[in-house]
Design a protein around this ligand. Structure first.
Ligand code: HEC
Ligand code: HEC
Length: 220
């Protein structure tokens, strides 16, 4: 109970003060931003870091929400099987559509089922939840079904990533996790959902390695 309360308090504090880098829970920092020194990352190392970034971005725990202009969240990953023939995903059940608002405001809001609560635990097949309001990522942050090259070009394009350089991307990850949002949930999704690969800290490190290495993109 005590644990629960202090988490709620810290999330509230982060929201109010807009703290970004010092996101902490009661057991210490959730993730740190430690970029390697300038000039120490080779292009090959940066491309290796991006390969890991791609494995995370294209993983169901991230990509199911980062979908395009059909505004339809996806259900993919082992716990969401079975899928239609020839497919490894399906559309969100119950005809859910996030509409242009990306939160389903025009039809059935996501919050009808997905609560906003710092507690990440949910039972298998019940609606998952986390500390910020459940919604699709903006349409231009589309990852679902995209190739490594396509996700790479989107991530380094400020016109399509919310105006962020690589440090801004790393800061987004740490800030979102500090609010107990999707980025933290992706590695602790509960139910019987498969977690995103590597770890949050590794993902933040990879973002800075790729950044210091000049943000090279693989060719498809
Ligand atoms: C429930 C839906 C949802 C899930 C799941 C989700 N995201 Fe997002 N994501 C969002 C929303 C909404 C935004 C827009 C927030 C903003 O720009 O401030 C966003 C923005 C981002 C951004 C900012 C820049 C960009 O180009 O996308 C990154 C990076 C990101 N998410 C990473 C992740 C990672 C990594 C995971 C999985 C561990 C993940 N997201 C899972 C909804 C989601
Ligand atoms: C009628 C209830 C309901 C509504 C409304 C709803 N969802 Fe869901 N959602 C669920 C349930 C239940 C699950 C988990 C199903 C499972 O695990 O088998 C889920 C899972 C998801 C997932 C998969 C998360 C993962 O594990 O990768 C995404 C993405 C998602 N919902 C997005 C949305 C969005 C966006 C909205 C609003 C536009 C929304 N949902 C509205 C019930 C709902």
């Amino acid at each position: 109970m005590k644990f629960q309360k202090s988490i709620t308090f810290i999330s509230a504090l982060c929201l109010v003060s807009g703290l970004t880098l010092a996101a902490e829970n009661s057991t210490g920092p959730i993730a740190d931003i430690n970029p390697p020194a300038k000039g120490t990352v080779t292009e090959a190392q940066a491309l290796e870091a991006f390969a890991r970034i791609y494995e995370v971005a294209s993983h169901p725990r991230c990509a199911n929400c980062h979908v395009g202009e059909d505004n339809r969240p996806r259900w993919s990953g082992p716990s969401y099987a079975p899928f239609p023939p020839g497919q490894n995903w399906r559309y969100h059940g119950m005809n859910v559509n996030a509409d242009d608002s990306r939160i389903g405001a025009e039809t059935m809001p996501c919050s009808t089922c997905h609560q906003t609560t710092p507690d990440l635990d949910s039972a298998p097949h019940s609606p998952p939840h986390f500390g910020i309001d459940w919604q699709l990522a903006p349409v231009e942050f589309e990852w679902f079904g995209k190739s490594p090259n396509e996700i790479c070009e989107q991530l380094k394009d400020p016109a399509r990533n919310g105006g962020r350089d690589w440090m801004g991307l790393a800061e987004h990850l740490v800030m979102d996790a500090g609010h107990r949002g999707p980025v933290l949930w992706g590695w602790s999704p509960s139910g019987d959902r498969e977690a995103a690969p590597f770890s949050l800290q590794q993902h933040v490190d990879d973002m800075t390695i790729w950044g210091v290495g000049g943000q090279p993109c693989p060719k498809d």
